[in-house]
Design a protein. Structure first.
Length: 263
């Protein structure tokens, strides 16, 4: 069996040391491997095979279960404290633009987090702060969230369904087609009535250079210059501006309450 280096007491000591010091503390590079071995061994003492009688009393098993819960709490807090310190290291690296940041105590997984955090913070520092310091509006990309993607995809599928309304027994999805129940059919129609979709404004549509529909909307709030998903820069826009934007971008602005469709 692999020698387990971790115990309940050592974990608690590691947490106490990490709490009490501002700098990221050193851990063995095999820390997570050792923790997993320790947890497996602990959990193994609670198992009872059909043909094996455990030598641990029920009261002892209850103590082990409680200890396992405490170990999980210790590991969670230890991770979160170190996570915060790693993010602070990345912030210092981006703000000072210095290569003298001490990364020696970072675990492999923490080094990956540090590098990605530096990349993200640099992106926004360049796109916002550096732009403003040059007396230019920020340039940031509006990223479509998973929820936005779901809504847009749902609308696209609803439009396809409406276009083939004579075949209500089928409704296309990403992998093919499946049958709609009468209840689903009613829900789709109700959704169309309750949700003002982009395609309901066809009288305002034109076509962009990428053959994407342009939708005429009213801007609800001042918007800085930003980079769209098509890599084109849009804006800046003022409140009540009437503009035509690609359908994918319009859906995001509508979802966030930044624009409204024109009647």
């Amino acid at each position: 069996m692999v020698e387990v280096k971790i115990t309940y007491e050592t974990l608690f000591d590691l947490l106490r040391r990490e709490r009490s010091r501002s700098e990221l503390q050193s851990l063995d590079k095999s820390f997570y491997t050792d923790v997993i071995e320790y947890l497996k061994e602990k959990k193994g003492t609670l198992r009872e095979d059909d043909n094996t009688t455990t030598t641990i009393s029920k009261s002892e098993q209850e103590k082990i279960k409680i200890q396992l819960k405490n170990i999980q709490k210790i590991l969670r807090e230890l991770y979160e404290i170190r996570e915060k310190k790693v993010i602070n290291l990345a912030m210092n690296r981006v703000r000072t633009e210095s290569d003298l940041i001490d990364r020696s105590n970072l675990l492999t997984e923490e080094l990956s987090l540090y590098n990605e955090a530096c990349e993200l913070l640099t992106k926004y520092k360049t796109g916002v702060l550096d732009q403003v310091l040059r007396a230019e509006l920020p340039v940031v990309q509006i990223k479509e969230s998973d929820e936005d993607k779901f809504i847009i995809d749902k609308k696209d599928r609803q439009d396809k369904y409406d276009a083939n309304e004579t075949r209500k027994d089928e409704y296309p999805d990403e992998k093919g087609k499946y049958s709609l129940t009468p209840e689903q059919d009613r829900n789709q129609i109700e959704t169309k009535e309750q949700t003002r979709t982009v395609d309901s404004t066809q009288r305002y549509e034109t076509t962009s250079a990428t053959n994407e529909k342009l939708i005429r909307v009213r801007i609800m709030n001042d918007l800085p210059k930003f980079l769209g998903q098509d890599k084109n820069i849009y804006g800046p826009f003022k409140k009540d501006d009437l503009v035509e934007l690609p359908a994918s971008l319009t859906n995001i602005l509508l979802k966030k309450g930044r624009a409204e469709l024109l009647e």
